[in-house]
Ligand binder design. Structure first.
Ligand code: MG
Length: 200
């Protein structure tokens, strides 16, 4: 299982990161060991600035390579809301030095997602959100994405063959922020809680 992620796919998040919206999807990968299956996230020792990025996450249903945008929705069979945990201080340092981000993004427990749900018609217009300690900190819909899901799937599959069980994080809306030990993050699809994590 691999975890494919998209950087800067919401205009207001690109802005809050001081970046221009990209001209093509910018993908990065997390290894299978990044999956936080337990929902307990140990605060990593190598960062002073662990941040949450709440995102819509899709599950890849079948193998594919160079799929077209018009067929792409046939490659996903479930969605949920997840968190792309980021060591923001390391990422900022690596970006400044023009170095790869992997250590800031792909560490153990850096990818969590909630319970898988069927993809309803019109899902792009339905809100997802993230609460930190009971307060909503991020809210978005799929239709705000700079590159819509079929384009992401098509483009990702030009570079990385898709395999069943792979996971696609589709980018975070504005409102990313820091977390501390003891914080509880709760992910919502509409009004429905899909899961929660605790930082330990
Ligand atoms: Mg992200």
């Amino acid at each position: 299982m691999k975890i494919i992620c998209v950087a800067r796919n919401y205009p207001l998040h690109a802005k809050e990161m001081g970046s221009e919206p990209p001209s093509q999807p910018l993908f990065f990968l997390k290894p299978s060991t990044a999956w936080a299956a337990s929902g307990e996230i140990p605060y990593p020792l190598f960062t002073q600035q662990l941040e949450y990025e709440g995102e819509l996450v899709f599950r890849i249903a079948k193998s594919g390579k160079s799929i077209s945008p018009s067929d792409a929705m046939g490659w996903v069979d479930a969605l949920t809301v997840g968190i792309d945990f980021t060591a923001r201080d390391l990422q900022a340092k690596f970006k400044k030095e023009g170095l790869p981000w992997d250590m800031a993004k792909g560490f153990d427990n850096s990818a969590w997602w909630g319970a898988w749900l069927p993809i309803p018609p019109g899902w792009e217009a339905l809100p997802f959100s993230l609460q930190k300690n009971g307060k909503t900190v991020q809210k978005g819909t799929g239709k705000e994405m700079i590159f819509p899901l079929p384009r992401l799937l098509s483009e990702a599959s030009q570079y990385f063959s898709l395999e069943p069980g792979d996971v696609l994080f589709t980018g975070t809306p504005a409102g990313v922020g820091p977390i501390s030990r003891g914080d509880i993050l709760k992910a919502f699809w509409g009004e429905q809680v899909v899961g929660e994590v605790r930082i330990i």
